[in-house]
Design a protein around this ligand. Structure first.
Ligand code: DI6
Ligand code: FE
Length: 399
């Protein structure tokens, strides 16, 4: 059934907010057929039963372009350890951190993993996301990474959202490969990537480039394999230190470089040149009580598009609210509310290599959010609010 919205306030995000008051919008199938001033509504649509939006704000549906929502167990105990004084790196080196989630993920059945991931996905969807990126990276064996990737794919089948699946076997070094990170890349990361690509499970390849994880030279071997397979790359870069991960990612024309608290001027320039998106993850900054801020002003000045995501994961960002991530990006990092909303719409789409969503325009996907708000700045301004009134995902209205 086509949908006609009238008397809406559209934030099309086509240029800046692209605000249109007294707007009409028509969907046909899963596409937007018309979006613009009511006065310009083509006659053919004028007879459709209309829904009066009474001035309510309509934006593109949100996009969470960086999550780790497939995992077993939880890390509340680690949270308590940290509150008793341990640092994130100390927790990781003591066999806690990512590795405790790896144990729980390996032990979990497919159906248990899926059920837990769906619960998290449902919260992100309830906040307005129609596209969710989901990473592997808690299996760290060929079989367990494939298990995670299959569960990630399944989320999109079970729910009316699109899921982009990212292979992140190079997320941590499992106990059986301690001191042999290079062997892990050759024996687990690259073989699991090849098998997963053959099974249609991979939309992008990611790695954690960090002192406690993989060195740039190891990441580069994985990127070369990805290039051979024709799969785009992204990178967790400069989260805890500056290993020049963003420079490496830019050389491989990465879709995005993510975190970036310790990004230097060379990294900013490299991202500007490659056109990669800088994905800002304030949930991890907040949880780790990080002090170093990503160089937002430099990224802005260099024209690097910035995205904002939840980074939902059990360790450093147990957060499922994109509007909270937007609020944190503004308050901690001084993004403007416009940049925050671009970060969860048009720039998030780009971080996933998608060009059919994240903006409201004829021909784009009919993925829309109707908000109990009159101006888009309200979405970033309110703390942990979910002022979502209705969703239209793929042309289906869910009020
Ligand atoms: N950086 C992060 O903040 C998460 N992964 C990563 O590469 C942490 C994941 C975890 O602690 O479980
Ligand atoms: Fe992450």
């Amino acid at each position: 059934m086509p949908i006609l919205l009238r008397n809406a306030t559209l934030a099309t995000m086509a240029q800046g907010y692209g605000l249109i008051r007294n707007a009409a919008l028509v969907t046909e199938g899963d596409r937007i057929a018309f979006a613009g001033p009511e006065a310009d509504l083509p006659q053919v649509y004028a007879g459709l039963p209309a829904r009066d939006m009474d001035g309510a704000l309509v934006t593109p549906a949100l996009i969470d372009c960086h999550t780790h929502i497939v995992f077993g167990g939880d890390r509340a105990k680690e949270f308590e350890m940290r509150l008793n004084g341990a640092s994130y790196e100390e927790v990781a080196r003591a066999g806690g951190g990512i590795l405790s989630t790896v144990r729980a993920t390996r032990a979990a059945s497919n159906s248990a993993l899926l059920a837990q991931a769906l619960a998290r996905a449902d919260q992100i969807i309830a906040g307005g996301a129609a596209v969710i990126e989901v990473k592997s990276g808690y299996g760290l064996t060929v079989a367990d990474e494939l298990k995670m990737l299959r569960v990630a794919r399944r989320i999109g089948v079970e729910r009316g959202v699109r899921v982009k699946v990212t292979h992140l076997a190079a997320h941590a070094i499992p106990p059986e490969y301690v001191g042999r990170a290079g062997a892990y890349i050759d024996e687990i990361a690259i073989p699991s990537l090849r098998l997963a690509v053959a099974e249609g499970l991979v939309d992008a390849v990611d790695a954690f480039c960090e002192g406690i994880a993989f060195q740039p030279a190891e990441v580069e071997r994985l990127f070369l394999a990805a290039r051979d397979l024709g799969i785009p790359v992204k990178l967790h870069a400069e989260q805890l230190s500056d290993l020049k991960g963003a420079v490496l990612a830019a050389r491989y024309m990465a879709l995005s470089a993510d975190h970036l608290e310790y990004l230097g001027p060379d990294g900013v320039a490299a991202l500007a040149q490659s056109g990669s998106v800088a994905v800002i993850l304030p949930g991890a900054f907040y949880t780790l009580r990080e002090r170093q801020m990503p160089p937002i002003a430099d990224l802005r000045a260099a024209g690097v598009p910035m995205a904002v995501a939840t980074d939902c994961n059990p360790g450093s960002s147990p957060m499922t609210s994109l509007t909270l991530a937007m609020n944190m990006a503004c308050t901690f990092f001084r993004l403007t509310p416009l940049e925050a909303l671009q970060g969860t719409t048009i720039h998030a789409a780009r971080a996933l290599g998608m060009d059919d969503c994240g903006v409201i325009a004829a021909g784009k996907r009919a993925d829309l959010c109707v908000w109990d708000a009159r101006h888009p700045a309200e979405l970033s301004y309110r703390i942990a609010a979910t002022p979502l009134r209705a969703r239209i995902f793929g042309g289906h209205l869910d009020a």
